[in-house]
Design a protein around this ligand. Structure first.
Ligand SMILES: Cc1cc2nc3c(=O)[nH]c(=O)nc-3n(C[C@H](O)[C@H](O)[C@H](O)COP(=O)(O)OP(=O)(O)OC[C@H]3O[C@@H](n4cnc5c(N)ncnc54)[C@H](O)[C@@H]3O)c2cc1C
Length: 384
């Protein structure tokens, strides 16, 4: 029996499984998803006060669509022999989807780095929540004023004094000038102090030292210095991009038998941009990669990855959220209206469970759906 193996149980892996199950239709193709956890972790929600709610069990997604789940971690991909090694066991594949995601880039050689907290993984977010629980008047230093650091800082501001540190001279440098005014106003209104063009040079018990020599009180130092693709990508390609991602074509294929999706893959979004390490891209990429892995074995036409409009929605804690559209990140909604959009997105990213029909129908919808997003005035409504 032909076998599709998927590495990873995040957005890209889960939707690859659903995509492959959709293409399989009535055939006896075997589909196995390998991931160590029994949950899909909704990483975009890990900044929330209760990160344990940001999970969905994998079984009610995979079982109804006939996908096996092997709880294991892959250490080796042998593309010549078409075998992966998971917890010491060799598993053969006919088509492979690599969807092992990304990890926080940790600082090298920072004294006290072992004391750092993060919200990159469920365990990291739970450790931070436990550490701050029942502490009154706590002080937190957040390092990195990018998307994740801003969400962490503004959420933590509801219960702690927050100092936000970034080596850049502006907040949200990679988000560009579009939403910066909204972000700065939110930080101001929440009392988040920013120390820009600065970094942390030491982390100690109850304090952090900054590159300007200042020693600041810190019950926790939260590191959010960016993400890099899983190291498994090196076993697929020698030509990784600056985020460690495997270059793939419009069918998300990297090698004749290997497709790659989500944070591990780099493909063109348009003539100027590649996709982002974001679930809004990981989800449709997964659907296409999984579908194509199965369709290729079944000699069916492959699907091209055609992304929908690029949007971002940054949570700003009690100051609401800022929703932007396009690569210039034009602000479409902010404050309470932005928060409404963010809440809908955070709900929308939960895959359907216990219903094969709904899961497969969702796997068939590849373009991002934006029915609830405010549209620019010059853009017609869908179907018009
Ligand atoms: C705090 C935070 C906020 C974010 N906010 C947003 C947002 O607002 N919007 C947005 O679009 N994106 C956001 N992101 C990014 C988004 O979460 C990622 O882009 C998305 O999770 C990528 O999905 P993925 O499936 O590629 O990888 P991941 O979600 O990283 O999943 C990878 C999977 O692979 C498994 N795995 C890893 N290594 C192995 C191995 N060796 N063997 C087997 N399995 C393995 C993991 O256990 C996991 O199941 C945010 C991320 C964070 C951390």
């Amino acid at each position: 029996m032909a076998h599709v193996v998927i590495i990873g149980g995040g957005f890209a892996g889960v939707w690859s499984a659903a995509g492959a199950a959709l293409a399989r239709a009535g055939t006896d193709l075997r589909i196995t998803l390998i991931a160590p956890s029994e949950h899909l972790v909704l990483r975009p929600r890990l900044y929330e006060l209760k990160p344990d709610l940001a999970t969905v069990p994998l079984d009610p997604i995979l079982a109804p669509i006939g996908v096996e789940h092997l709880r294991a971690s892959v250490s080796t991909i042998d593309t010549d022999r078409r075998v992966v090694v998971a917890d010491g066991a060799a598993i053969g594949y006919d088509r492979l989807v690599l969807a092992a995601g990304s990890e926080l880039v940790r600082p090298l050689g920072l004294p006290g780095a072992e004391r750092l907290f993060d919200i990159d993984t469920l365990n990291g977010a739970l450790r931070l929540t436990d550490h701050l629980r029942d502490r009154e008047d706590c002080c937190v230093v957040v390092v990195g004023a990018g998307f994740v650091g801003l969400e962490a800082a503004t959420e933590l501001a509801a219960r702690c004094q927050v100092l936000l540190v970034d080596q850049s001279s502006v907040v949200g440098e990679q988000l560009g000038p579009g939403p910066r005014g909204e972000i700065e106003a939110a930080l101001d209104s929440l009392g988040v102090e920013c120390r820009l063009a600065t970094t942390v040079t030491e982390v100690g018990d109850g304090y952090a030292v900054l590159s300007d020599g200042a020693r600041v009180e810190a019950d926790a130092v939260v590191w959010s210095g960016g993400m890099r693709a899983s190291a498994l990508t090196r076993q697929i390609s020698d030509e990784l991009d600056h985020l460690g991602r495997v270059p793939v074509d419009h069918w998300l294929r990297a090698l004749p038998e290997v497709f790659v999706a989500g944070d591990t893959a780099s493909t063109a979004f348009d003539a100027e941009h590649t996709v982002m390490q974001a679930c809004q891209h990981a989800t449709p990429m997964g659907k296409v990669a999984g579908y194509n892995a199965a369709a290729d074995l079944l000699r069916m036409p492959l699907r091209e990855f055609t992304p929908g409009p690029y949007v971002t929605c940054l949570d700003l804690g009690d100051a609401g959220a800022v929703f932007t559209r396009g690569w210039d990140r034009r602000v479409m909604a902010s404050g309470a209206e932005g928060k409404e959009v963010k809440n809908r997105i955070n709900h929308h990213i939960h895959p359907p469970v216990d219903d094969a029909g709904k899961i497969l129908a969702a796997a068939d919808r590849v373009r991002i759906e934006l029915p609830f997003f405010p549209r620019p005035e010059d853009e017609p409504a869908p179907g018009v």
